[in-house]
Write a protein that binds this ligand. Structure first.
Ligand SMILES: Cc1cc2nc3c(=O)[nH]c(=O)nc-3n(C[C@H](O)[C@H](O)[C@H](O)COP(=O)(O)OP(=O)(O)OC[C@H]3O[C@@H](n4cnc5c(N)ncnc54)[C@H](O)[C@@H]3O)c2cc1C
Length: 503
């Protein structure tokens, strides 16, 4: 019997889900699984979402798209991590690179450093590579390879178009244009069908599984099935973003090979380098900053008048649906939740959810119930971990503005994060703190942020555990040697992309 999936929404979440599910089932015999995507012609996509995780490399590769095509069509650049400027104080920076520290899993270098905030630099060559604006791979390396771990910066609209064409032409996804006007529920409380309209013509669609990718509207899971929204805006205060597309002054200007996240008086500004422009945006808390003040911050950051640039204003409430899967409907992307894009977790979550759906599509109803129950348990945990990790970036600040002070108020810090901090008062984050199946950030990420913010556990309490000074020195020395070698061997980011794409 044929099983049918209807994906509703054609933003990044919709097309990426379609591609992941269809690629996973690409050898399906005719008539066994039908995958369709319907999108409204008259409802625009959110139009942002340019930073990704290294997971996207494998995802794009397994979908079947070659990396050059991705770079050419999406004006992509390499992303090797994030540089957090002015987070601990008004005059500092630290990196959260994608490559794990040398010695990771065997030795934590932090106890052996005089200045714990230098952890990323002393334990890992990628900070120096980013500071120098170099590509993560040597010209001799092939597609999807790199001595430094990397993700992409890309044009979100162009990625949607690339995936759309690939889904239709190569993966047998049916593409329908139509605006959902009504959702019919069945006797079991699931979705029985949709009433749609296009060009004045009404039509109906039904499916076994509905994938809600309708963005913030959450038309199926939120609106029709009534799954409530769990706000976390008492923990993460930001609720507004102003996004700009900033042209390069000269077409050969260097492209940053990491996301820059610069702390402001009541929020932060992202700066993402694509090959044809920069994506710059200010995320802020409207309780602490007016739109005019945010525009002023943006203008200062960009360093010239921004009056001629279009501003995309997006309001959001940090949080997520209480469950992501109910009956025969699973939500992906903004339809299931959103917290600020500080660690670019949204597209990564789309990958995680779509892969789970792809790997767990059975016609057996009892099995599907287990699948959705486990999914909801895992997602609940993932959201909690994401919220905790983002809050970690704020709660250790020494900045004095009211917005930053409020972030350090224990009442705004989740209990789970306070518990983690109680442990990390005595030792740094270790791999086994994060070894569950639903874990997203490895201990390395926590180390980079925790130490980068200047937090030093009380290592001296059990100093006998930290008697590997010689090994630590060897690793630090090795890192310095590799760094020098990479600074010699790796090409500048833009040069590499130009050369590679023209070959
Ligand atoms: C300020 C900001 C910055 C961000 N930065 C990042 C980042 O750097 N990295 C990252 O991973 N993520 C980021 N995100 C999140 C990212 O943009 C989204 O996760 C991603 O774009 C997916 O959006 P979506 O497809 O869920 O929703 P949308 O793009 O809103 O798409 C919704 C789709 O649903 C369709 N639709 C709506 N109503 C109907 C209807 N009635 N009938 C039929 N179709 C309908 C629309 O036509 C559209 O196709 C950011 C988000 C914001 C707000």
């Amino acid at each position: 019997m044929q099983k049918s999936i209807l994906i509703v929404g054609g933003g990044t979440a919709g097309w990426l889900s379609a591609a992941i599910i269809a690629a996973h089932h690409k050898n399906r015999p005719d008539g066994q699984l039908k995958i369709s995507l319907v999108e409204a012609a008259d409802v625009p996509t959110v139009g942002v979402g340019e930073g990704t995780w290294p997971t996207l490399r494998n995802t794009i590769r397994s979908i079947g798209i070659d990396e050059k095509t991705l770079f050419k069509t999406c004006f992509a650049g390499f992303k090797q991590g994030a540089k957090f400027v002015n987070w601990a104080s008004n005059d500092d920076f630290y990196y959260h690179p994608f490559t794990v520290p040398l010695g990771y899993g065997n030795i934590d270098l932090a106890p052996y450093l005089d200045d714990v905030a230098s952890f990323a630099k002393e334990s890992n060559y990628q900070e120096a590579v980013c500071q120098a604006g170099l590509a993560p791979r040597a010209p001799t390396e092939g597609e999807y390879q790199g001595i430094c771990n990397y993700a992409y910066h890309l044009d979100a609209g162009a990625l949607g178009d690339l995936l759309k064409n690939y889904c239709r032409d190569e993966l047998g996804v049916e593409h329908i244009i139509g605006t959902v006007r009504d959702v019919q529920l069945g006797e079991d409380g699931g979705i029985a069908g949709l009433s749609l309209e296009n060009d004045g013509k009404a039509f109906e669609l039904c499916a076994d599984l509905f994938v809600d990718c309708t963005g913030f509207r959450s038309l199926l899971l939120g609106k029709a099935l009534g799954v409530k929204y769990k706000s976390v805006d008492d923990i993460l205060f930001n609720d507004t973003a102003l996004a700009l597309r900033v042209p390069y002054e000269n077409e050969n200007d260097p492209i940053a090979c990491h996301t820059i996240a610069e702390g402001q008086n009541a929020g932060w500004i992202w700066d993402i380098g694509l090959t044809n422009r920069r994506g710059v945006g200010h995320v802020f808390a409207s309780d602490y900053l007016s739109e005019d003040e945010a525009m002023h911050n943006l203008q200062n950051y960009v360093g010239r008048s921004i009056a001629d640039l279009d501003v995309n204003k997006i309001s959001f409430s940090a949080g997520h649906r209480e469950v992501g899967w109910k009956k025969n409907c699973v939500a992906v992307g903004l339809a299931t939740g959103f917290v600020e894009p500080l660690e670019a977790t949204a597209i990564m979550l789309v990958e995680v959810v779509a892969r789970y759906v792809a790997e767990n599509l059975f016609s057996d109803e009892a099995a599907m119930e287990v699948v959705s129950k486990r999914f909801n348990q895992q997602m609940d945990y993932r959201w909690q971990r994401i919220v905790d990790f983002l809050k970690l970036h704020y709660m250790l600040t020494k900045r004095e503005e009211p917005y930053w002070k409020a972030h350090t108020n224990p009442d705004t810090i989740p209990e789970t994060l306070q518990e983690d901090l109680a442990i990390w008062q005595n030792r740094g984050p270790i791999k086994s703190d994060f070894d569950g199946v639903a874990e997203l950030f490895p201990a390395a990420s926590y180390q980079y942020v925790l130490y980068g913010m200047g937090f030093k556990p009380n290592f001296s309490e059990q100093s006998y555990l930290y008697d590997q000074q010689q090994q630590a020195n060897r690793i630090i020395e090795k890192n310095r040697t590799v760094t020098q070698q990479l600074l010699r061997d790796l090409p500048p980011h833009r040069n590499y992309i130009n050369h590679w794409l023209s070959a």
